[in-house]
Each structure stands twice: as C-alpha cells, then as structure tokens.
Design a protein around this ligand. Structure first.
Ligand SMILES: *[C@@H]1O[C@H](CO)[C@@H](O)[C@H](O)[C@H]1NC(C)=O
Ligand SMILES: *[C@@H]1O[C@H](CO)[C@@H](O)[C@H](O)[C@H]1NC(C)=O
Ligand SMILES: *[C@@H]1O[C@H](CO)[C@@H](O)[C@H](O)[C@H]1NC(C)=O
Ligand SMILES: [Zn+2]
Length: 435
C-alpha cells in the first residue's frame, strides 16, 4: 500500500512537469556590448527565457526549448559567446524541487497557531487565510482590502496597516510581490513584513510614523497556475477573446503599467513572456496597483516591488538608463537598504548590487511598476531582485526561482531590515512631503 501511494505520488509529479521535458538551461557570458546585443536580438527567434539576465562580463542563465537548442548553440559558437550547461534536464530538476517541498510540507501543513510558517512555500489559499486572520485578530491596525478581482475572479487581497486607519497625514510605504508568478520567494517577504508590523513588533516607530500598504500576491491567477501547472509561468492568465490568446494567455504584469508602455524590453506577441498587453493597464492586477498609487500619491514616499532573482536593488529610469532628478537620494537609500541586507546575509549569499534598472541589468524595460510609481511622483521607488544562488551540493544548478525552502526565513529576515532602513530614510527625506 505504501509502495502504491509512493508510485502514484511520483507519477503525479512526473506528469506535472512533462512540458519541460528536454528543456535545458545554459550559462551565457557576453564579453562585449556587441555580443550582448546579438544575444538580445535572438530572444524572439529562439524563444529564449532569460531567468537570470546577462550583462557585459556577467554570466546570465537562459532557458532554451528543445527545438531551438541546436541552432542556439550554433549561434553561440559563431559569435564566440562563452557558454556552459546550467541544467541538463529541467523536468528532472523540477521533480527534485517538488520532492524537497513535499518533504517539508509534511511538517508544516497549515497556519501554525494562526501564524504563517516560513519554512516552506505556501499556496495562495494559505497566504489568503493568513491575511484574513491578521485582519480579524488586529482590527484596530489592520484593514483587509479585497474589492478588486483578478482576471479569473480571485480577490486581489492587500492589507492597509495603520494606527489610525490612514486618518492622519503620515507618509505611506507601499510594498508588493508576486506580480511575476514564478518568483515564489517574493510573497513571503511581504507577509513577513506584516508579521513584523503587527505580530512581533520590534520597531514600533514604523507604525507610529508611517501607514503601510502590503500586497503579497499581485497576480494570484499566475501564482496558482505556477503551483499547479507550469512552474516557470510568469504572466497573468488573461485572454482577450482572440484565438491566439487562448493558445497563449497572459500578459507580463510588470510591462503593463502606463509608463513608456510597449516601447523597450517587450515583445508585442502574446506568446512571449514579455508581452506588455493590448494597452496600458489592460490587466486588472497591474491596474489595481496603479489605483493604489493614485489614491495615496500625495503621501506615498516609498514604493517597493519584490521580484526574484539576482540580489539587486534597482531604480528608475529603467526604460533608458537616465537618472531622475532625485537620483542621488534614490541611490543612497538603495545603498543603505542593500547594506542592511548584506550585513545579515549568509556567507554564501551574493552581495546586493544597487543601481539604475537598465544599466544594472544590461537592457531597458518599459511599463514597469517601479518606473510608473516614480513617474507619477513617488520619490523613492525600487524593484528588488531577491537572492537565487548557487547550491554547492548540486554544482550544475543554481536554485534561481526555486530557492531552496530552507532559505525562505533567512531571506525574509534580512529583507525586513531593508524595509526598516528604507522606511526610516524615506521618512527623513520626504516625510514632510505634504504636511
Ligand atoms: C573567443 O572568445 C575567447 C574567450 O572569450 C577568446 O579568448 C578568443 O580570443 C575568442 N576568439 C575569437 C575568434 O574571437
Ligand atoms: C520577534 O522578533 C525578534 C527579532 O526579529 C526575534 O528575535 C524573536 O524571536 C521574535 N519573537 C517571536 C515570538 O517570534
Ligand atoms: C528617459 O526617460 C525618462 C522617463 O520617461 C525621461 O524623463 C527622460 O527624459 C529620458 N531621458 C532621455 C535621455 O531620453
Ligand atoms: Zn520579476
């Protein structure tokens, strides 16, 4: 009987990642701008998915579907672009990751005394149950908002945390996560911030001096889909009535904001990961973020959107690499946040890099939340790329989006320090914005 259960379990897992059968990933390292731009021009032709962005002299990681592998390697050879194998068999890798998560799940099945555990990735249901409970248990400070809905009709749940229900004129700090479905390490950093603001308060000034908006899963449809169907799903799950959108649903939520929309770093084709949508804010998920920004614009001093991976803190302008009028403040606050993380980090985690979004990652993007918020007038706006680092035990493989669950708690704790410093610095610099 036990054996049968095991067989069924293993079979289910195998069936699950079948679509990744034969996929491989490669490290690529362009050593000149010429090589980098040649690589970039092949994204569409070979349907490349850069799970870690390459820059000049910085190795990136790219997923390649079976049917393009021969031509892709030929292209790398012809252009003399340095490369090596990263993951020989993606499906097998995902099966192993699932087993790790399943093994830990037995120990942590549900909310632990009402608290969210940080020793595993959590399903949307568990995260939502936690948000409900927090609002129920701390009604004086926490308000649950769930008035708008995702494309598939799920509530878009976020928390407003405030000592006086946003009634006074305190500066507002906004943090979200999970707009990119597969970046599973991002939601826990935001629920952990909820925990540190209401359940285990060690920095009481943060609630005395600020109002908070915390939105852990901006794209719940994609998040659920990445758990249940395709681990590498990034986009929303919307369709628009066209046949192509049935075959290739979804929009890149972080290319869908109304900022230089559909200009750079996008592919205007529904079947690609960076499809920006049919128009700005076509997606209810990014639109809801846009509405929150608008509603609190007069008081919002810090906007952070959590992504993975790469250990980076990025700031505007991501479309063209130029700097905003207050870039010096933006940069120094970014450095302070990175320092706070680096101080607490584990020895084998990479140090954070801070910089302009385009210059740091090597190419531009349009319609991104961090640029949009800044363009609308939020003085300090950042995209965090959380860690995804090498596991020394499995040499060929970087954890990437599948950061080993044993590190979730560590990442939450160190990232919280960045939020603490970021909020305080934002208060010092811009807290008097509208008083
Ligand atoms: C190819 O790249 C390697 C390493 O980057 C370099 O040493 C070599 O000179 C290059 N060869 C050509 C023909 O450009
Ligand atoms: C509260 O947080 C502090 C520091 O973040 C930690 O040392 C302590 O163990 C936490 N307490 C509980 C009850 O979780
Ligand atoms: C880059 O884009 C920003 C935001 O749209 C704009 O304000 C700035 O003028 C642009 N810089 C250049 C050099 O085009
Ligand atoms: Zn992302």
């Amino acid at each position: 009987m036990k054996f049968l259960v095991l067989v069924l379990f293993v079979t289910a897992i195998h069936a699950k990642h079948e679509i990744y059968s034969g996929w491989k990933s490669f490290f690529v390292k362009p050593v000149s701008h010429d090589q980098l731009s040649k690589l970039t021009t092949k994204i569409q032709e070979f349907d490349l998915d850069f799970i870690s962005k390459a820059a000049v002299n910085r190795e990136g990681i790219v997923l390649v579907k079976p049917r393009y592998q021969v031509d892709f390697l030929k292209f790398l050879r012809e252009e003399n672009i340095s490369n090596r194998i990263h993951t020989e068999n993606l499906k097998q890798r995902f099966d192993i990751d699932d087993q790790k998560i399943e093994a830990r799940k037995l120990a942590t099945r549900s909310l632990n005394g009402g608290r969210l555990p940080y020793d595993n990735y959590q399903t949307l249901d568990v995260i939502y149950e936690y948000l409900d409970k927090i609002a129920e248990n701390y009604p004086e400070t926490v308000t649950l908002v769930s008035s708008s809905k995702s494309f598939e009709g799920r509530p878009l749940k976020y928390l407003k945390i405030s000592k006086d229900k946003f009634a006074s004129n305190k500066p507002v700090i906004y943090i979200d996560a999970g707009i990119h479905a597969r970046e599973w390490i991002s939601p826990p950093t935001v629920t952990y911030a909820v925990h540190k603001l209401v359940e285990n308060v060690t920095e009481p000034d943060l609630l005395d001096n600020f109002d908070w908006i915390l939105f852990p899963v901006v794209n719940p449809d994609g998040y659920v889909y990445s758990f249940e169907k395709e681990r590498m799903w990034r986009k929303t799950r919307s369709t628009d009535g066209s046949i192509l959108s049935w075959i290739c649903p979804g929009v890149d939520g972080n290319r869908n904001f109304n900022f230089e929309w559909n200009t750079v770093g996008v592919i205007d084709n529904k079947c690609f990961n960076n499809y920006p949508g049919s128009k700005p804010f076509s997606e209810p998920e990014s639109r809801t973020v846009g509405e929150i920004i608008e509603k609190h614009l007069d008081r919002m001093v810090l906007f952070i959107t959590m992504h993975s991976y790469g250990s980076m803190i990025l700031y505007p302008w991501g479309n063209n690499g130029s700097l905003s009028h207050n870039a010096f403040s933006v940069h120094t606050v970014g450095i302070d946040m990175a320092d706070a993380i680096n101080k607490l980090s584990l020895p084998h985690f990479p140090n954070y890099v801070v910089g302009n979004a385009m210059l740091t990652v090597g190419y531009g993007s349009s319609g991104a939340a961090e640029d949009y918020a800044h363009y609308r007038g939020v003085p300090l706006t950042y995209t965090f790329e959380l860690p995804g680092f090498e596991n020394k035990d499995t040499d060929e493989y970087l954890d990437g989006f599948n950061l080993d669950p044993i590190y979730i708690h560590q990442v939450c704790v160190e990232t919280w320090e960045a939020f603490v410093i970021g909020a305080r610095r934002a208060g010092d610099l811009y807290g008097k914005k509208n008083l």
